[in-house]
Design a protein around this ligand. Structure first.
Ligand code: PMP
Length: 387
């Protein structure tokens, strides 16, 4: 019998592919391209972490771990979170080791959303949030953070977006794509709003290690917010471990038990050798993390200053490794700018519109690239803008 209908789920059919992909594909077919497009560290994972994974294989540790992850690793994560970010989670009942922060986001949303529940997504936003909300049966509600306020969302904007179906808000600080980091007072203001409307916060703290100007404050550390926070973090960015696919999620016992149900049926556990690598990354001291941070900070200062000198105005991003300059002065849309810059000068950046409405008029440049590449990119962007 002939196929007479689509077998695809409507929610999946309706999802648009990520706008970032198109530029990767275009750039991949060209030679001599300097890519400021990808959102990942340019460092290799520390040797001691890699060695720990090799050793785990040599010792034959190739079976599943506990669903929530190796207890030894959860213990380390718990101490790390306490020491670095002043939040206290029980390793036995409040931490799950996940397949990247990505899976943590997925199980967090699936654990809390009933069909039609709304989740506020602050744009410009990491491209996965809205699709993950939809896939979990929820409805993403976009609110626009703007350059005028350094891409920090204002409470009056959130007040307009909240309804009696709103269950949670996605928070990402330091932010992808803008690099904006919220300070303690701004988090306290947000906490007042969260309390008033009885909401949860999915706090994506994957860039917490990369905070350059002020100490990082976790949303869960704000008074009264621990039980309203699902804290998502991981090893990809701060520990340069993107390919290992390892993250974690911390929340109160009730939320953790709900997430663990999904995790154990859908994933069993995170990859065992990657868990051994992460264990060593945490135990091995902070030298590598601090060195990488210093290096990103140096590059941020150079790159953001250079963009402003060229005439592409750019606020100073407090964290992560992205600059998000305005390209409005060129008269081009962000897609036109990115496409023409790639074709004419072979520099790959991501057009801001892929991150949401308020991303238009901007481009995202990752400065996790060598200083030589950044210098050459600046030269090329300058030539392009002057044309
Ligand atoms: N959240 C944000 C804001 C990100 O930028 C990324 C990676 N680009 C992730 C989550 C996913 O990280 P992971 O590699 O841990 O899945």
């Amino acid at each position: 019998m002939k196929q007479t209908k689509s077998y695809l789920a409507k929610t999946v059919e309706d999802l648009k592919p990520s706008g970032i992909r198109k530029f990767f594909d275009l750039a991949a077919g060209m030679e001599g391209v300097i890519s400021l497009g990808v959102g990942e560290p340019d460092f290799v994972t520390s040797w001691s972490a890699r060695e720990a994974a090799i050793l785990s294989l040599e010792q034959g540790y190739t079976s599943y771990t506990a669903n929530a992850g190796l207890l030894e690793l959860r213990n380390e994560v718990s101490s790390y979170m306490k020491k670095q970010f002043h939040v206290d989670y029980n390793p036995k009942s409040e931490i799950i080791i996940t397949v990247g922060a990505s899976q943590a986001l997925d199980i967090a949303l699936r654990a809390i959303l009933d069909p039609g529940d709304e989740v506020i997504v602050i744009e410009p936003s990491f491209v996965s949030y809205a699709p993950l909300v939809s896939l979990a049966g929820g409805k993403p509600v976009a609110v626009q953070a703007t350059e005028e306020y350094d891409f920090k969302i204002q409470t009056h904007q959130l007040e307009k977006a909240v309804t009696d179906r709103t269950k949670a808000i996605m928070l990402c600080s330091p932010n992808n794509p803008t690099g904006t980091m919220l300070g303690e007072n701004e988090l306290i203001e947000l906490a007042t709003f969260i309390e008033k409307h009885d909401l949860l916060v999915l706090s994506d703290e994957i860039y917490a290690e990369l905070a350059y100007d002020e100490p990082y404050v976790s949303f869960a550390a704000i008074e009264g917010m621990r039980h309203r926070t699902i804290l998502i973090n991981g090893f990809s960015k701060g520990f340069a471990m993107t390919g290992w696919r390892l993250g974690f999620v911390c929340a109160n016992e009730e939320l953790t038990a709900a997430m663990l149900k999904i995790h154990q049926y859908a994933m069993m556990c995170a990859p065992t050798m990657a868990q051994y690598a992460a264990l060593e990354a945490l135990k091995g001291g902070r030298e590598d993390v601090e060195d990488m941070k210093k290096s990103y900070r140096r590059r941020r200062n150079y790159f953001v200053q250079s963009l402003n000198d060229i005439g592409l105005s750019c606020h100073i991003p407090g964290g992560a490794f992205y600059a998000f300059p305005s390209i409005v002065s060129t008269g081009l849309s962000s897609e036109q700018f990115a496409e023409q810059l790639l074709i004419e000068e072979k520099v790959a950046v991501v057009p801001g519109n892929v991150f949401g409405i308020s991303g238009e008029g901007h481009i995202r440049c990752s400065y996790a690239s060598s200083m030589e590449h950044l210098q050459e990119a600046v030269k090329r962007i300058k030539r392009f803008v002057e044309k």
